[in-house]
Design a binder for this molecule. Structure first.
Ligand code: CMC
Length: 429
């Protein structure tokens, strides 16, 4: 393979090195382009831009492959658990029994939040979106640990990682409890990660509550499936915010906001709302397929399409299978699943979707399964955030110690007005 590409501009030829990744993916290294040629590159939406090199997650969108630290997602979903997978992503290897015990111990024992944090929840209006609350409270955590925010101090970073992983379920459950007007519970450290979260979500002080182990297991797998996905919008956000050497709480808070949008993690809420609309509209799936294909209609089939996957999203395959299993085990007939299946079948055989390679993504079935687990719709994207947290942490941490570390600062092509004089107010019409 050629080790360089050549660019000819203004009669001069420049050699640009080619970088190659583990699985043969190639990139032109343009880091010296501007200083050598005076040119910058132009790539809105970063369609052809690699922003970093990373050893965390590999995905092949054509083949539908997703690996965390080299391990296929299917194996992790079947054999691992969320805490172990989090360790794998953050530290790069499967933990030894001792490492896992240490990690688990600290995540379990940092689950309580400072009592003053509860006051923050009183400051929001009634029924705020939990993504806004979670991001605000995660950002506010930095104010409680001001003496341990040094991003270059290993111990500060480690304890911040433990605190974030431990406290996000508590913060998330509180956002739901508050919206119901129910008391904010304390975590139960005798439970595993997902069971503790479910208990905080659904138990009340008035009656006993047993966590259903099947539901806890399904939720744990869902968290694993969402745990990382290389340089997506929220992950790029966490890296960019962190590139100012900003602390992890603030970086993750920003990532939660980036995830909220309906084109990213917010799609799981949009999918269920779309399925409900179709259901209430008599279940005419064809009508909505037609709308999605109509260039003059802004409607999109939510949960379909992906910037990188041009094949089945391997996560959506696992979630689809799990959705069938859990609905059957819980004895639930979910009409929205029937609509989702019909939509999927029609879309996958429709020329528009085939030609554009639009397949169901991770969000297409996750809403149906969250609904079966009784997770309220406006908490769906919060579930995504809880799952994605170890990925954000791993990516933030990797970048902090990257030998190529630089503050993120893209350039632009300015196309505004030419230089002009200020006009005093009295002379303006
Ligand atoms: N329904 C109908 N048409 C679509 C859809 C869709 N869901 N997605 C893409 N298209 C069309 C789009 O109109 C465009 O057509 P044309 O070339 O004629 O203009 C073409 O396919 C390419 O779309 P794009 O928007 O340029 O592609 P992108 O890579 O910039 O966007 C996407 C990817 C995920 C934002 C987009 O597919 C989408 O809006 N999907 C629906 C929202 C969604 O499910 N998001 C979750 C993404 S996966 C998990 C996550 O990241 O959180």
């Amino acid at each position: 393979m050629e080790s360089k590409a050549q660019l000819t501009f203004n009669g001069k030829t420049y050699d640009l090195p080619i970088l190659e990744g583990t699985f043969g993916e190639k990139a032109i290294d343009i880091s010296q382009l501007r200083s050598a040629t005076g040119l910058i590159t132009y790539d809105p939406g970063f369609m052809s831009t690699g922003s970093c090199s990373s050893a965390i997650t590999f995905l092949d969108g054509e083949k539908g492959i997703l690996l965390y630290r080299g391990i296929p997602i299917e194996q992790l979903a079947e054999k691992s658990n969320f805490i172990e997978t989090s360790f794998l992503l953050i530290y790069g290897h499967l933990p030894t029994p001792k490492e896992l015990e240490y990690f688990k111990y600290h995540i379990t024992h940092h689950s309580m939040v400072h009592e003053s944090i509860k006051n923050l929840y009183n400051g929001f209006p009634n029924n705020p979106h939990p993504m806004a609350v979670c991001s605000a409270v995660v950002g506010a955590l930095a104010t409680f640990y001001q003496d341990q925010l040094d991003v270059q101090d290993e111990r500060d970073v480690e304890i911040t990682i433990h605190r974030l992983l431990a406290k996000l379920p508590t913060i998330a459950a509180y956002s739901y409890k508050k919206s119901l007007g129910q008391p904010l519970p304390y975590p139960d450290n005798s439970l595993d990660y997902t069971s503790n979260f479910l208990k905080m979500m659904f138990a009340t002080p008035c009656e006993p509550y047993e966590v259903d182990p099947l539901i806890a297991k399904v939720l744990d797998v869902l968290l694993i499936l969402h745990a990382d996905h290389e340089q997506n919008c929220s992950t790029s956000t966490v890296r960019l915010v962190g590139s100012s050497r900003c602390n992890l709480y603030a970086s993750v808070s920003a990532a939660i906001y980036a995830l909220w949008g309906p084109l990213h993690g917010g799609a799981n809420q949009s999918v269920i709302e779309m399925l409900e609309t179709i259901h209430q509209d008599g279940g005419d799936v064809q009508k909505y397929i037609k709308k999605a294909k109509d260039g003059d209609d802004s409607f999109r089939l939510m949960g379909f399409g992906h910037r990188v996957y041009k094949n089945f999203d391997p996560r959506s395959k696992i979630i689809k299978k799990m959705t069938h299993e859990i609905l059957e085990k819980l004895g639930i007939h979910e009409p929205l699943l029937d609509i989702a299946l019909e939509l999927e079948e029609i879309a996958l055989s429709d020329e528009y979707f085939i030609e554009k390679k639009l397949y169901p993504n991770v969000d297409f079935y996750s809403g149906v399964i969250y609904k079966a687990l009784n997770i309220p719709v406006n908490m769906f994207t919060v579930m995504f955030a809880m799952g994605r947290l170890p990925g954000w942490i791993a990516q933030w941490k990797e970048y902090q110690t990257d030998p190529q570390f630089k503050i993120g600062r893209p350039r632009q092509i300015y196309n505004g007005l030419d230089t002009r004089d200020y006009v005093p107010l009295e002379n303006r019409k």
